[in-house]
Design a protein around this ligand. Structure first.
Ligand code: SIN
Length: 531
């Protein structure tokens, strides 16, 4: 790849909570940082987060980090890495304090911010901003801090491939601009903070940027991914009829503050499904809604928030979305349905964001640290982004200080990659790899994607995204087919029970010699270096 060349100590791909936190910390530590983002700086998933940041600040009677750990492990369905859960949650209060020092304002008095509760939490511990616009406030504060620091932001550039030297050490990053013009950033360190892959599905809470680019890039570079089958479906997005693309979220905090899910006859169907009823972990609620829809033939269920006082003030984002759809949430139940929301798995990293490829790091939704297991606890994601954004910079600095040999000349990666049309991929994944999967459905989806796939050279952002979605479809289908049990967000209709022989290990995903995503024999984690 020819075109322009530039050099940096650290290239951060993505400008959400993890990416900007890391970039700011790295710049403060004196590193030459460049942030690469394929859209505008605020176009990623962070800005869409509503509920808040789950964190124990020590001022809620009866709550503790140990209780937050317990709730996270319970939601994760036996697949969390307890050491990761303890370490990340313990770092939460300090990370939130630094975010506030960077200008983020939470609702309530500064000395004691307001708290809400979401599914799976045993306490009111979720801080929020702008009522239900927490992600927007976090993004605003970090983008403003990046501006104040004059962080170099390369917007409108999509990351294509990690460039490796002959030893497999990271030597740079190949990018394309909006017009498809190539460029190369020479660097010994790339942090992937690219978010998830909700756009694999026709209906999602994720923005258009969530196409799995980081996982695909890391797999092609030789890293391992895991837990990819655990795609979390948010139970409540506003139902406005059949549509493709991002749907407005109705934050779980609405249920946290008393709203009740009802079927079309008005029955509160979560009672008796789980001891926490409407506040059960998300996987439980989404599965119950899917069952209710399948049994009744209805297209949506209803979230009844009519008894909540001050709804418009507390939930301005949800209120605006409802009103735009002709629904008054203060007088009528909100029509809702589940939609793809969060990728619990991702690129396997240690607790400082190191992947298996020297010089390649990952943080935030793109990464699999072991915090989420089979189902992420609500509002643990912004927290993970803050904490891991900080931890990864410590690793980059430590790895530089350890005197790793400078990378040699980069070996060009193969230019052509498998690409299937996005619509084919989304329809196949929606039909077979949503809530309720079976061996026959997964195999049929795999056949459909395979038949539509051809080798091609991505020459613009859409091509890079389509290549990523194609690889992610292969990977999720392989992982979902391999896990012959139901656990967390992974619900198999042909294996409806949890099977504890599966509790041992996450399913590792890598590429075979032909570049196809496959389940690997053993999980090549970097767990030993976790600290
Ligand atoms: C929500 O507000 O319901 C979403 C928050 C999250 O996904 O953690």
């Amino acid at each position: 790849m020819s075109g322009w060349e530039a050099a940096a100590d650290l290239v951060v791909v993505g400008s959400g909570v993890a990416g900007l936190t890391a970039a700011l910390d790295a710049a403060e530590a004196g590193l030459r940082v460049v942030v690469v983002t394929k859209d505008s700086a605020d176009a990623g998933s962070t800005g869409w987060a509503q509920g808040g940041v789950a964190v124990v600040l020590g001022d809620v009677a009866g709550d503790s980090v140990a209780a937050h750990v317990e709730d996270t492990l319970a939601a994760g369905g036996g697949l969390c890495d307890p050491a990761a859960v303890r370490a990340i949650l313990a770092d939460g209060p300090a990370a939130v304090a630094r975010l506030r020092a960077r200008g983020a304002r939470f609702d309530g008095p500064d000395a004691r911010p307001d708290r809400t509760r979401e599914g799976g939490h045993s306490a009111f511990r979720v801080v929020h901003a702008g009522g239900d616009a927490t992600g927007a406030e976090v993004e605003r504060a970090l983008v403003a801090a990046a501006g104040d620091r004059r962080l170099p932001l390369l917007t409108g550039h999509v990351a294509v491939d990690a460039l490796l030297d002959a030893r497999g050490t990271l030597a740079g990053l190949a990018v394309l601009d909006d017009a498809g013009r190539p460029g190369v950033l020479r660097t010994p360190a790339v942090l992937l903070a690219t978010g998830g892959y909700g756009q694999l599905y026709a209906s999602t809470t994720n923005p258009e940027t969530a196409t799995g680019d980081g996982v695909a890039l890391a797999l092609r570079a030789g890293a391992t991914a895991a837990d990819l089958e655990f795609v979390q479906f948010h139970p409540t997005v506003l139902y406005t009829g059949p549509a493709v693309g991002r749907r407005p979220l109705v934050t779980e905090a609405v249920r946290g503050e008393g709203a009740v899910l009802r079927d079309r006859t008005g029955r509160a169907f979560m009672a008796g499904v789980h001891p926490l009823a409407d506040l059960a972990p998300r996987d439980v609620v989404s599965a119950a809604i899917s069952r209710t829809l399948a049994e009744s033939g209805a297209v949506c269920v209803f979230l009844d928030a009519t008894a909540l006082p001050g709804f418009g003030r507390r939930f301005p984002t949800v209120t605006a979305a409802c009103r735009a759809a002709g629904v008054d949430p203060t007088t009528e139940p909100i029509p809702v349905t589940p939609a793809a929301h969060y990728s619990c798995g991702g690129v396997v990293t240690d607790l400082h964001g190191r992947t298996g490829v020297p010089g390649l790091y990952a943080a935030g939704e793109v990464a699999r640290t072991g915090l989420h297991g089979a189902n992420r606890l609500a509002s643990n994601s912004l927290l993970e982004g803050l904490v891991m954004g900080e931890r990864v910079v410590a690793a980059v600095l430590g790895d530089r200080a350890a005197g790793r040999p400078a990378p040699g000349p980069a070996v060009a990666p193969p230019p052509a990659v498998p690409i299937a049309p996005r619509g084919v991929v989304q329809r196949a994944m929606t039909a077979a790899a949503g809530i309720g999967r079976s061996a026959s459905g997964l195999a049929a989806a795999s056949d459909v994607v395979e038949a539509a796939t051809a080798l091609s050279v991505p020459c613009d952002r859409a091509g890079v995204e389509d290549a990523a979605l194609t690889l992610l479809a292969q990977a999720v289908l392989a992982a979902a087919g391999g896990r012959t049990e139901s656990r967390g967000c992974h619900l198999r209709t042909d294996f409806p029970a949890r099977d504890d022989t599966w509790q041992r290990e996450s399913l590792p995903i890598g590429l075979d010699a032909t570049g196809r995503a496959v389940v690997l024999p053993a999980l090549a984690t970097t767990k030993g270096s976790a600290a």
